[in-house]
Design a protein around this ligand. Structure first.
Ligand code: ZN
Length: 151
């Protein structure tokens, strides 16, 4: 289904989809947010354990397509030990990347989603977890939906 995606990138996405990292509830979370992408049916809940502005731990639960799960898996792996500002900056870079396919900075492993810009319906799947983490960081305990965002 992703003929144009680099094979290596595709393998990373499939690996994180089949074996999502940090895929569990977090009773000790200090904030959380739900994400919903009605277009595809992706639903996830993201948990963060904050210590001041630093993310000590991150996890998620939910169901959805491969792209949304892999994105949440890579996001939670990235977020651990990062600050709120780090995540906000990366959100912008990942958002630009999945919209345009161009890089505006070093996104590390998250580069695997660059090819997603060729599949407009999939952009929302890739960015869903990022909207959820931004919602959680804002202390917005409600749910975020990709439909309310101009993405
Ligand atoms: Zn999806």
């Amino acid at each position: 289904m992703f003929d144009d995606l680099n094979d290596l990138y595709q393998q990373v996405i499939l690996d994180h989809c089949k074996k999502p990292r940090n895929f569990h509830e977090m009773p000790q979370a200090t904030c959380s947010a739900q994400g919903h992408n009605p277009l595809c049916g992706d639903q996830l809940k993201l948990f963060l354990a904050m210590d001041g502005d630093t993310i000590k731990d991150a996890s998620f639960v939910g169901s959805g397509c491969c792209i949304s799960k892999a994105s949440a898996s890579l996001l939670t792996a990235f977020a651990k030990g990062k600050t709120k500002a780090d995540v906000e900056k990366m959100f912008t870079q990942v958002h630009d990347m999945v919209m345009t396919g161009k890089f505006t900075g070093d996104v590390g492993k998250l580069a695997v989603f660059a090819g997603v810009h060729k599949y407009p319906a999939r952009v929302k799947c890739a960015i869903l977890a990022w909207h959820a983490v931004m919602g959680a960081l804002k202390g917005d305990a409600g749910s975020v939906t990709t439909e309310s965002e101009q993405i």
